[in-house]
Write a protein that binds this ligand. Structure first.
Ligand code: DX5
Ligand code: ZN
Length: 226
C-alpha cells in the first residue's frame, strides 16, 4: 500500500454533517487525512442505514484521497461492482454475513481495487488466516458496527497483536486498521498492538478544528505527547 506516513488516519464521514457532505470531505482532505472512511450500512447486517453508491459518486470530485469504503451490508457481493464504479478505492467486506468472502476479495481485486476484510469484535483473528494472500487491509472492529460514538473495546488489543504477527509471518504488506472509538487516548494502545490505520469519526468530525484533531491523533499514535 503506497503511503508516505507510517500511521494512516481515516476520518469516518459517519460523524460528519450529512447536509454538507461534499464540504466535509473537502475539509477533512485539507486537514491532512490520509484516507476517507465511508460507512455503508443496510439496516440488516447492522441496525442502522446510511447511504449507497450514489453518495460515493457524489463525493468523488470533492477529494483526491483514497475512498475507504466499509460495507456493513449483507450480502455485499451484488454491490461490489457498483461501489467500484462509483469511486471506491478500497472496499472492505465482513467475514460475518458473507459466506464466500474469499470470492468477494477476488472480485474486489479483479475490479482493480484494494481488498479489505473486516472482522467484528466477537470474531477471532484466525477468521482471516486463509485470506492473507488476497487482503490488502484487515479492518478490526473495535466497537460493534452500526453507530459512531461508541467506546473502544480494549478486549480487541490482543487480537490486533495476533493479526500483526500473522501479517508479519505472511511477508505481505497488509494494512491493519482499527475502527471504532479511536481517540488520542486509544491511539498509542492500538499502535503499540500493531495497527497502522486508524478510522475515527467522532474524534475528527466531532471536533471544531479537523486539522488539529488529525494532528493530535497522529502525534498520540507516534508516542508524541499532545
Ligand atoms: C461503526 C463504523 C465506524 C464509525 C466510527 O460501525 O464502522 O467507522 O464511524 O466512529 P467513531 O470513531 O465515532 O467510533
Ligand atoms: Zn467503518
Amino acid at each position: 500500500m503506497a503511503d508516505t506516513s507510517p500511521l494512516l488516519i481515516a476520518p469516518s464521514i459517519l460523524s460528519a454533517d450529512f447536509a454538507a457532505m461534499g464540504e466535509e470531505v473537502a475539509a477533512a482532505t485539507r486537514a491532512g487525512a490520509d484516507w476517507l472512511h465511508i460507512d455503508i450500512m443496510d439496516g440488516h447486517f447492522v441496525p442502522n442505514l446510511t447511504f449507497g453508491p450514489p453518495m460515493v459518486r457524489a463525493l468523488r470530485p470533492h477529494s483526491h484521497l483514497p475512498f475507504d469504503v466499509h460495507l456493513m451490508i449483507e450480502p455485499a457481493d451484488p454491490l461490489l461492482e457498483a461501489f467500484a464504479a462509483a469511486g471506491a478505492d478500497h472496499i472492505h467486506v465482513h467475514v460475518e454475513g458473507n459466506p464466500h468472502v474469499h470470492r468477494s476479495l477476488q472480485t474486489i481485486r479483479a475490479l482493480g481495487k484494494k481488498a479489505g476484510v473486516a472482522i467484528c469484535p466477537a470474531t477471532p483473528p484466525e477468521a482471516v488466516s486463509y485470506l492473507l494472500d488476497l487482503a490488502d487491509v484487515i479492518l478490526v472492529m473495535t466497537v460493534n458496527p452500526g453507530f459512531g460514538g461508541q467506546r473502544f473495546l480494549e478486549s480487541q488489543l490482543p487480537k490486533i497483536r495476533t493479526l500483526r504477527e500473522m501479517v508479519t509471518a505472511s511477508k505481505r504488506d497488509i494494512v491493519i486498521g482499527v475502527d471504532g472509538g479511536v481517540d488520542p487516548l486509544v491511539m498509542p494502545l492500538a499502535a503499540a498492538a500493531g495497527a497502522n490505520m486508524f478510522v475515527s469519526g467522532t474524534a475528527v468530525f466531532g471536533q471544531a478544528d479537523y486539522a488539529t484533531a488529525i494532528a493530535h491523533l497522529r502525534q498520540a499514535g507516534a508516542g508524541v505527547p499532545n
